[in-house]
Design a protein around this ligand. Structure first.
Ligand SMILES: *Cc1c(COP(=O)(O)O)cnc(C)c1O
Length: 302
């Protein structure tokens, strides 16, 4: 079946820039540090959320679905991105939201999603645990995207981001934050990339993410290294040490960070460099996966 192509170019800016970062520490440790500025794809369909959605959206359109259905919490960057992408591309969208005490005014993410036309259904935490099963039984009119958007189709989109990097330089290490591990799996799924993938889980006890990555890849992978000590208390948690770091990083490099993902990632990278974890002459690419729309500060500025 020949189907019209989805036109992302009208609202998504890719390839995103790859920017060299300079700092006396990098000179001292003899490492090159580059930042893949994927937060510049789109204000709402940002970074890895765009990459993971791209082939899901193409598949939804090719299969003739009119409605996207997905899941998330009140501060989910994925919900934010799906609501916005659906509007840009003319899909209807439904968000199943964890927490039946919430409403569309409970967070900036939910107000935004609702403004984009996403229909929000609030379910209890126990019902949410069974969510995909329940929805699958209900109806098959919806194109289902899993929580966080991490599925097979997501890997292909993330892999294209790696191609953009490889067109410019050959890194020894690609470093990313992780929630589900879908982004890290996408990086490792790129067959042209032979370097390491270093992963910073943003939640507590993030060691399970290695198995998640390997299960998405359908194979074990020895190029993954996990650093599980940079969660700052758990998912969505941070302290003044992290917010002070973010402030000084933004000041030194003129690059915005969010406290949930990229702030923890860059904190980890600077710390690992300081602790000589990277051999001299390493060429690091740090993946700025977006997430700025979820940052409280960002909302304050706007
Ligand atoms: C969702 C998200 C992540 C986590 O990605 P996974 O593929 O779930 O590991 C990282 N960074 C940002 C900004 C995100 O929004």
């Amino acid at each position: 079946m020949q189907v019209s192509a989805v036109d992302f170019s009208s609202f998504i800016n890719i390839p995103t820039p790859l920017k060299r970062l300079c700092h006396p520490l990098f000179e001292e440790k003899e490492v090159e540090v580059w930042l893949k500025e994927d937060y510049k794809t789109h204000e709402a369909v940002s970074g890895n959320k765009f990459r993971k959605l791209k082939y899901n959206l193409i598949e939804a359109q090719n299969k003739g679905f009119e409605t996207l259905l997905t899941f998330g919490g009140a501060y989910s960057n994925h919900i934010y991105a799906v609501a916005s992408a659906a509007k840009e591309l003319g899909f209807k969208s439904i968000g199943i939201i964890r927490g039946d005490e919430l409403n569309e005014h409970s967070s900036p993410t939910l107000s935004f999603a609702s403004k984009m036309g996403m229909k929000l259904h609030f379910v209890s935490r126990s019902a949410y645990r069974e969510k995909e099963e329940v929805v699958r039984k209900l109806d098959d009119k919806y194109f289902l995207i899993p929580e966080g958007g991490s599925n097979e189709l997501a890997l292909k989109g993330v892999s294209e981001m790696v191609d953009e990097i490889l067109n410019e330089i050959q890194p020894t290490h690609l470093i990313t934050a992780a929630g589900t591990g879908g982004t890290a799996a996408g990086i490792l799924s790129n067959e042209n990339y032979r370097g390491e993938c270093w992963v910073v889980p943003v939640l507590k006890n993030g060691g399970f993410i290695k198995q998640e990555i390997e299960s998405l890849l359908h194979q074990s992978e020895d190029r993954i290294q996990l650093f599980t000590d940079y969660h700052f208390g758990g998912y969505g948690k941070w302290n003044t040490k992290l917010s002070d770091f973010i402030e000084s990083f933004e000041h030194d490099f003129n690059i915005p960070l969010d406290p949930v993902y990229t702030g923890k990632l860059l904190f980890a990278v600077m710390d690992l460099i300081r602790k000589d974890q990277f051999p001299p002459n390493s060429k690091l690419v740090v993946y700025h996966s977006g997430g700025l729309q979820g940052s409280p500060k960002y909302h304050k500025i706007k």
